[in-house]
Design a protein around this ligand. Structure first.
Ligand code: GDP
Length: 232
């Protein structure tokens, strides 16, 4: 798959304000500073695109980017339209209790009810050992039955061995509570590592979405094969 167009569309304070749910959608979330903007720019191959959603006033909103892609860079195939969504992250130090509650409400409503959300990408900093804040958020996704995948970021900042060890630790930690593990990707926005695998994954999800919607044009995207149930 190759991206042929990527443009900022709109920032919405709540699910009800989001653009019409008429195409597959992929959202990114993670701790502040995890490398979310860099991954968004890497996927779209557009330096500075995510800057828009970082501008003051937009950081606590649901930011939609309209994307168009073709199946491959070489072949001029049909154009697929989808959304990439930048969600406000968690783990800000200076956030009041009320603001946190508001964030939780907005995120929960969006991830549970956005019917076209194929996969939620949860970003994890590959330099660190498993962090409670990430595991807690993922636990919530399990409770809510939201399909998600993991993106380990900043892999160029440590040795391959250290990155592999941190990924393994994280997955081992998840295995304690989860029956199945989600797909995971290791990325470096600096070296553009992992871009191809992410694009392929999205391409496949878009194809599943199209097939599911051709059969039954309503309901949640069938894109993800990642719906994971925690063990009872
Ligand atoms: P966000 O707050 O989650 O959107 O994070 P940013 O994308 O702004 O990244 C936070 C910081 O980490 C910035 O200084 C980036 O340049 C840096 N960063 C992000 N991704 C990478 C990466 O893959 N490799 C390296 N070396 N630095 C990165």
């Amino acid at each position: 798959m190759e991206i042929v167009k990527a443009a900022y569309l709109i920032s919405s304070p709540a699910l009800a304000d989001c653009p019409k749910a008429d195409r597959p959608e992929y959202a990114l979330i993670g701790r502040s500073n995890v490398g979310k903007s860099s991954v968004l720019n890497m996927i779209t191959n557009k330096e500075g695109l995510a800057k828009i959603s970082r501008s003051p006033g937009k950081t606590r909103l649901i930011n939609h980017f309209a994307i168009e892609s073709t199946p491959s860079a070489e072949v001029r195939g049909p154009v697929t339209s989808w959304y990439l969504v930048d969600l406000p992250g968690y783990g800000f130090a200076k956030v009041s209790h009320a603001q946190r509650k508001q964030w939780e409400k907005m995120i929960e409503e969006y991830v549970r009810k956005r019917e076209t959300l194929g996969v939620l990408f949860v970003l994890i900093d590959s330099r660190h050992e498993p962090q409670a804040i990430d595991l807690e958020f993922i636990g919530k996704l399990g409770e809510w039955q939201v399909p998600f995948a993991l993106i380990f970021t900043k892999s160029d900042k440590s040795t391959q061995k250290e990155v592999a060890a941190n990924v393994r630790r994280f997955l081992d930690e998840m295995r304690k509570e989860w029956e199945f593990l989600p797909p995971h990707f290791v990325t470096s926005a600096v070296k553009k590592t992992g871009r191809k695998a992410l694009l392929e994954y999205i391409n496949e999800s878009n194809a599943s979405y199209a097939a599911a919607h051709a059969a039954a044009p309503v309901g949640r995207a069938q894109a993800g094969t990642t719906s994971r149930k925690p063990l009872p």
